[in-house]
Write a protein that binds this ligand. Structure first.
Ligand code: FES
Length: 101
């Protein structure tokens, strides 16, 4: 349950309270959670551990970051659990595939 775990880490690190409907955390990794996450807008959170948005990661890639490590250095995305690496990688691959096409 990577999304649930990452959300719990983010809530803990921010000192936030759990949602009133705590079962909503368990649904983050289910079909509903996946459907709700698509398509992510620029303000949607990509890295729950660091609270970094898709837009920030995309901007980092547009500015030349070509690896997850470079994106992490510039944005802090991916510096926690690492769960979001699988979301950062396709953004990099898509950007450079389009850029070289
Ligand atoms: S979601 Fe944990 S490092 Fe990004």
């Amino acid at each position: 349950m990577p999304r649930t775990g990452a959300e719990l880490v983010l809530l803990f690190e921010r000192g936030s309270e759990l949602p009133a409907d705590r079962s909503s955390l368990l649904r983050l990794d289910g079909v509903e959670g996946a459907a709700a996450a698509l398509p992510p807008g620029p303000d949607a959170t990509l890295c729950r551990c660091a609270g970094i948005t898709h837009g920030a990661v995309e901007a980092s890639v547009r500015s030349g970051c070509a690896t997850v490590r470079e994106v992490s250095s510039g944005t802090r995305a991916g510096t926690g659990s690492g769960t979001c690496h699988s979301e950062i990688r396709p953004i990099i691959e898509h950007h450079f595939a389009v850029a070289t096409a």
